[in-house]
Design a protein. Structure first.
Length: 387
């Protein structure tokens, strides 16, 4: 409560100070303007009196006329001097008004209000987009799931659209398995790479490796799919004597795809930890590795957890690369080399020719994906609060 009262007093004192400055500037402006008009009248009278003098008479005139001319010249000189000083004061007042007057404050207020309105409009557009997506998805999916049956749709083992059998449980399991294995492959490598870039890497090596990691984040998914088809599929096929397309290949490929997300976010979180924590651990006798792993990582664990959640979200939502190397079999994989199908690949493969109920079921599959991502975000928020 005292802090609020002090802040209110400070704001009121500042407003009073600005009002006093405004009134002072207004008074100076009006005084300068009045002096300027008065001096202009005096100068006009002086010049009119000068014009009435007899200029065509010879220089040798009477003493009275000479004294009148000298008085008039001195009066004109004083008037010009007063005019110059008043004009300088007038210009200075105008400069003060231009610098600290109403125009600058009005512009600042208008800019602040306009930018706040712009930010509010952008936030409202984001909220409207989310609400529109939710309305469209749930509005089409809820009647479809009710028509098929929630248990038959979620826990059904058979996907046969021609017979109107729409069980997506094998695809849910496939999505969870490939995402979990991708996280298992990518988290360790990603976090260790982020630690190396943040604390153990030299400047020259950092300038070389950081753009490479950023380039990995910008490679299209279809290019990753071609890499998996040309490199990983033959390697896995020769190693395990299978076709090469299956859960293991897709997991390795997705683990490679989520590496940039984990590395960059974890690196930023580690670098955001105050240097005093690291220096304090070193001063207490800890080694560099111990200070990094037991001090810096503990303080940056919320950001590292965020990178893992975002990586898992990308792994669940990936479709193009998985289509090429997954095998696309709507069944629960019994081994790590068996083919499988995820929810995203199922939607991409069949949405081009789906009609009527089949199309509505694919939209319902999108709702299931949406719920998965929502649950991941809720788990992340809960974990960050506990951490």
């Amino acid at each position: 409560m005292p802090n609020k009262n002090n802040s209110n007093k400070n704001t009121t004192s500042k407003s009073k100070h600005t009002k006093v400055q405004r009134t002072k500037i207004q008074v100076q402006f009006h005084l300068a303007q009045r002096n300027y008009k008065r001096i202009a009248k005096r100068i006009s009278k002086s010049f009119s009196s000068i014009q009435t003098l007899p200029h065509n008479k010879p220089a040798a005139s009477s003493p009275i006329q000479n004294t009148q001319q000298l008085q008039l010249q001195s009066q004109v000189g004083q008037t010009q001097h007063i005019f110059a000083r008043s004009y300088a004061n007038f210009l200075q007042t105008l400069k003060q008004i231009k610098v600290s007057g109403f125009t600058q404050e009005m512009r600042a207020n208008i800019m602040e209000r306009s930018m706040s309105m712009l930010f509010a409009i952008c936030a409202a557009l984001c909220a409207i987009a989310v609400l529109a997506i939710c309305f469209f998805l749930f509005g089409n999916a809820i009647p479809t799931i009710a028509h098929i049956g929630f248990v038959d749709f979620i826990f059904g083992m058979t996907w046969r659209p021609s017979s109107e059998e729409f069980g997506i449980f094998p695809m849910i399991i496939g999505s969870l398995l490939v995402s979990g294995l991708a996280i298992a492959f990518g988290v360790g490598i990603g976090i260790l790479s982020a630690i190396y870039l943040a604390r153990f890497c030299g400047k020259r090596m950092r300038t070389l490796l950081t753009p490479c990691v950023e380039l990995l984040a910008g490679i299209p998914s279809i290019v990753y799919g071609f890499f998996g088809l040309v490199v990983l599929v033959p390697f896995i096929g020769d190693t395990f004597e299978t076709s090469g397309k299956g859960l293991l290949t897709a997991s390795i490929l997705l683990g490679l795809m989520i590496l940039p997300t984990i590395i960059l976010i974890s690196k930023t979180s580690i670098e955001a930890v105050p240097q005093a924590y690291y220096e304090g651990a070193i001063a207490l006798g800890a080694s560099k590795e111990r200070a990094v792993f037991f001090v810096l990582l503990r303080d940056a664990k919320s950001g590292i957890l965020a990178s893992v959640i975002l990586g898992m979200g990308r792994a669940i939502g990936e479709a193009m690369a998985v289509i090429i190397v997954a095998g696309n079999q709507a069944m629960i994989p019994e081994s790590i080399t068996d083919g499988f199908r995820t929810l995203t690949t199922n939607i991409v493969l069949e949405l081009g020719y789906a009609q009527d109920l089949h199309r509505e079921v694919l939209i319902a599959c999108g709702v299931v994906l949406f719920v998965f991502i929502l649950l991941l975000n809720l788990c992340f928020s809960v974990l960050t609060r506990k951490v």
